[in-house]
Design a protein around this ligand. Sequence first.
Ligand SMILES: [Zn+2]
Length: 256
Amino acid sequence: MAILAACGSSADATASTTTAAADTSTESGETAASTTAAPEAEAEVADDGAEEEVVEQAGAPGELQLQHVSLGFVSAYVLVRGSEAAIVDTGVSGSGEAINDALTMMGLAPSNVRHIILTHNHGDHVGGLGELEGEMTNATVWAGVGDVDTIRTSLTLSEANDGDEIFGMGVVGTPGHTVGSISVFDTDTGLLVAGDAINGDGEGGLLGANPDFTPDMEGANASVAKMAALGPRVAAFGHGGAPVTEDVTAKLAAIA
Ligand SMILES: [Zn+2]
């Protein structure tokens, strides 16, 4: 699993990214930091911006690569397989440039994006969609049943159901935070991208859904158990820092 630190605020992370992802990291990192948008309605787990980025060896061509786009208090993700990309979540309004910069860092263009996966319809996850859809014209937008009906986009909008496959990953219905919350899981790499179904604690730990913004905590906890049963090795989430790579399954099981 190659996790490329696209947009961390620490100089170390930016420098070490250079070895994994060509030579555009410095510019992208700074651009990303400067486009951090103000929190809107859902200011969840505070992220102080001190990202603990993880850079592993870049994968073979075609292998799934994950790029973390830190947008301040919320994260988006760029997933790449060869010459194709998928975006998971789009940050708040104003995040489009940072996401496009991350894509550029991976050597791809907006036209290479085939999927925009929205884990749920909250403003800090769908807010950048309007800025991306004009250029990412080859992409299909996906969201879960219960959230998809309230999303507006000029692109093709499709319903993502539990068990569907998108970009080679399985869709996992993880309701609770919202009715239609979805996660995606890649069996080969063990990567789970969970939106707000889980949170990071900023120190390598994992937390369940934030009770302040989650109407169905019982459902949310059941979703955590469902995710733990998949045996993920890498957990990426909306709030609480960079993806977690240590003891992910055990941490999820402990929450559930
Ligand atoms: Zn949310």
